[in-house]
Design a binder for this molecule. Structure first.
Ligand SMILES: [Zn+2]
Ligand SMILES: [Zn+2]
Length: 178
């Protein structure tokens, strides 16, 4: 079962589970994420006043690119979700209703069939929304010649100093002078 038939739901939560092969997600290079195992989605679905609520977890083994040196970093994804979806038609029928801040977090479903792979895809991307580093002290790539500074030193002059370090250097300068 890789879809949920919304008409079959009631207020009483109903369990669902699905499994997707890595190739079923079309992540592109910008996403910086590759699955190294199938993704497992499991949880329960309910429907109340037209609002579809899905709660559960997405689990997968993945490889995420280090933000600094672009090396693949293995990561076990265990992303919990509690998402509410409102029907698209209702939304367009009341275009003048101002969405409360809370409503902005709601998704939209457009047909009676809800595609769990879309949900899984979104949750997988959310799970890597934070900074990924291969290690805390990763030196990254040289902005000039592109070598991996963790492995090789290069002769380039590093003008592009991280602004935070620049501020510290400035501070130290001032201290030395006084
Ligand atoms: Zn790195
Ligand atoms: Zn260099």
């Amino acid at each position: 079962m890789t879809v949920i038939e919304i008409d079959n739901l009631t207020q009483t939560p109903k369990a669902f589970a699905a499994r997707f092969e890595p190739l079923e997600f079309d992540f592109d290079d910008d996403d910086g994420l590759t699955l190294t195992s199938p993704a497992e989605v499991a949880g329960e679905a309910s429907l109340k006043n037209g609002e579809l609520r899905l709660r559960g977890t997405v689990k997968a083994e993945a490889e995420v690119l280090c933000d600094r040196c672009l090396t693949g970093v293995p990561k076990s994804v265990h992303q919990m979700f509690d998402a509410v979806f409102v029907p698209a038609s209702e939304d367009t029928r009341h275009p003048s209703i101002e969405l409360a801040a809370d409503d902005l977090s709601k998704g939209i479903y457009e047909s009676n069939v809800f595609d769990l792979s879309e949900l899984a895809r979104e949750q997988l991307l959310l799970s890597i929304d934070t900074r990924t580093l291969c290690r805390e002290e990763c030196k990254g790539l040289c902005p000039t010649c592109g070598v991996d500074l963790n492995r090789t030193a290069c002769e380039c002059k590093q003008d592009d100093v991280d602004p935070r370090w620049a501020a510290l250097a400035q501070l130290k300068n001032n201290l030395d002078k006084s």
